[in-house]
Ligand binder design. Structure first.
Ligand SMILES: [Zn+2]
Length: 255
């Protein structure tokens, strides 16, 4: 059990939305899936339990039919393209990046196209034409080339700045502490960040709020936060958990 004062700010903020007759849109992305695992089963079970749609960013190079067969009947799961092999091609002093850096543009785009086709083929009903760059990083110059490969949307991290050549559906609250403990971040911090995003949207930004998980490395703290989040938000009149597909659709119908 967590101290109720920790969850209080989220409850208060959602109450404010409810009193104003407004509904916040949340969506869930989880990265690095390759094959069925116990952690994936847990993620699927928990999201299903609350009827929350989820987008799995799957690494094309290393995945195959076992995962596709496992997800075939999971109507709430959609599959996005997580780069090609999740390999780092950045220099030793640079931030990790697969999509860009010193390699030829056509090499990178060729891999992305291969990944796109492979997942499209593996997931005839679950495939989303969305690119999720590994480490949420992609060279700016590659983005205008993505629609020609078939991508209709891009998902990285942080609030969206400006418009691009394709729909952008980003994440904003990352469960993991990558640079410190490499475990789940403290509940109080994650709730604070989610509340800050909600306050920002209340002031008028229409962008939905993306929550980012990495099921393979979730520890107790990360699972606890998800459980707390689902419990507080699923079925709440001020919250709608939406699928990435519908968020992409929204943007395409506006532009
Ligand atoms: Zn990743």
């Amino acid at each position: 059990m967590i101290d109720s004062t920790i969850r209080e700010p989220l409850h208060r903020e959602l109450e404010r939305w409810q009193d104003a007759g407004r509904v916040a849109r949340l969506w869930l992305r989880d990265d690095d899936a390759i094959e069925p695992t116990a952690a994936l089963e847990r993620l699927i079970a928990e999201t299903k339990n609350y009827h929350i749609p989820i987008t799995l960013a799957v690494i094309p190079a290393f995945t195959g039919t076992p995962l596709a067969q496992r997800l075939a009947e999971e109507a709430l799961v959609s599959v996005a393209v997580h780069g090609w092999a999740h390999h780092n091609h950045a220099g030793p002093d640079e931030k990790k990046q697969e999509l860009g850096g010193p390699r030829l543009e056509e090499t990178v785009l060729g891999e992305l196209f291969e990944g796109f086709l492979k997942l499209k083929d593996l997931y005839p009903t679950r495939f989303l034409t969305m690119l999720v760059p590994p480490w949420n990083r992609i060279d700016k110059g590659l983005v205008p080339k993505l629609p020609a490969l078939g991508f209709q949307s891009l998902s990285t991290y942080g609030r969206v700045k400006g418009k691009g050549p394709l729909a952008i559906v980003n994440t904003h609250v990352d469960l993991m502490d990558w640079h410190g403990t490499r475990g789940g971040r403290p509940m109080v911090e994650l709730i604070g960040e989610l509340v800050a995003e909600l306050q920002d949207r209340f002031e008028g930004r229409s962008e939905p709020i993306g929550v980012l998980g990495h099921h393979l490395v979730h520890d107790t703290a990360a699972w606890n936060f998800l459980a707390e989040l689902f419990e507080a938000t699923a079925g709440h009149p001020a919250v709608e958990w939406v699928s990435a597909a519908s968020l992409v659709q929204d943007q395409m119908s506006i532009t």
